[in-house]
Write a protein that binds this ligand. Structure first.
Ligand SMILES: [Zn+2]
Length: 183
């Protein structure tokens, strides 16, 4: 697959941290196609872009949607920064707990909260990476914020935290940290 200097450098960095890290296309994998069907069923079709638009971490592997082929170097860099957070979370929690929180689409509120916090940690990194490669103005783009809110409030991740005002507060806090230079 075509690549670029920024995303290639980040891939090398991730491979240093996770020696078994690899990128694999979702399309050819039977398990990935089975997950796609399951997600369509349990979300009543609200998550129908699993194979085409969403990246998924399992073990040390990041599974890539078909859209990956069209991403620019900068877009890939931003995506991989998000997915690196999931790799670190998987290491922190262990595969079973992480996979349970991440993959099971409809769970009691408490675990949906868990998934929302796992995803938020990664989407905060998305904002940080966007600010790095495209400037703070791009991280402040209302269209990006609307996209982020949708990830939490829609069926994309099983309506994991359908409270836009809460997500918008998290976004504001993350931007304040980024602008303040905090880690
Ligand atoms: Zn994520």
């Amino acid at each position: 697959m075509p690549s670029g200097p920024r995303s290639d450098a980040l891939i090398a960095e991730i491979q240093q941290e996770f020696p078994r890290f690899r990128l694999v296309a979702k399309g050819g994998r039977r398990l990935q196609r089975a997950i796609d069907v399951a997600l369509k069923v349990v979300t009543l079709g609200a998550q129908r872009d699993y194979l085409t638009r969403y990246h998924t971490v399992l073990g040390d592997t990041v599974y890539l949607p078909t859209k990956w082929a069209d991403e620019t170097d900068e877009e890939r860099f931003v995506i991989l920064r998000h997915e690196r957070v999931h790799l670190r979370q998987r290491r922190r929690y262990g595969l079973l707990i992480f996979a349970a929180i991440y993959l099971l689409p409809i769970l009691p509120l408490g675990l949906a909260w868990g998934r929302a916090r796992i995803e938020w940690e990664a989407y905060a990194e998305t904002l940080r990476a966007v600010a790095e490669v495209k400037g703070i103005g791009a991280a402040r783009d209302p269209a990006l914020h609307a996209y982020l809110v949708e990830q939490f409030a829609s069926g994309a991740y099983g309506w994991m935290w359908p409270f836009p005002s809460v997500i918008r507060r998290w976004i504001s806090e993350a931007l304040a940290q980024i602008e303040g230079g905090a880690a």
